[in-house]
Write a protein that binds this ligand. Structure first.
Ligand code: DAT
Ligand code: MG
Length: 152
């Protein structure tokens, strides 16, 4: 089985609202495996690299202002199909369209402040993990319950 990795951010609104534990708990309960974690403030340069695909869109300046405005929690989660599993646990970008039961569908009302980021493809995940973490900050550890979550 190939384990995939993906970058997750608890965005400034999630940290300010005390939802770090809520996001971590949902991903842990889903069965994914945490391999990197840090609290940090994103600077303008990192924001520009992370959100490069959105440069030039009308919401881009506000997005950069928001993501650099207060600390975030950056994490790397691992598991089969980790990218897709995180995206489905997050819910749709616009909370008005996010299904109840998802992080955004349960906890967010605004597209600008939607609590959580997750990489949108395995290729993008690799790039984003490299932006936020040094290889030595990622810790691989054997999960004693893996056979019960991953089907052995
Ligand atoms: P996602 O975060 O679901 O991957 P995205 O990559 O399309 O969504 O956009 C990145 C973030 O930018 C998103 O979480 C919130 C913000 N954003 C996207 N579209 C927006 C819009 N139309 N108005 C305001 N903010 C927007
Ligand atoms: Mg995105």
């Amino acid at each position: 089985m190939t384990a995939e990795r993906t970058l997750v951010l608890v965005k400034p609104d999630g940290v300010q609202r005390g939802l770090i534990g809520e996001v971590v708990a949902r991903l842990e309960r889903r069965g994914l495996h945490l391999v990197g974690l840090k609290l940090m403030v994103i600077d303008e340069d990192l924001a520009a690299r992370h959100y490069a695909e959105h440069v030039g869109k009308p919401f881009y300046p506000g997005l950069v202002r928001f993501i650099t405005s207060a600390p975030v929690v950056a994490m790397v989660w691992e598991g089969p199909d980790a990218v897709a599993l995180v995206r489905s646990t997050m819910g749709a970008t616009n909370p008005a369209a996010s299904a109840p039961g998802t992080i955004r569908g349960d906890l967010a009302v605004s597209i600008g402040t939607n609590i959580v980021h997750g990489s949108d493809s395995p290729a993008r995940a690799e790039v984003e993990i490299g932006l936020f973490f040094h290889t030595k900050e990622l810790v691989s550890w054997g999960s004693a319950v893996a056979e019960w979550t991953l089907g052995g």
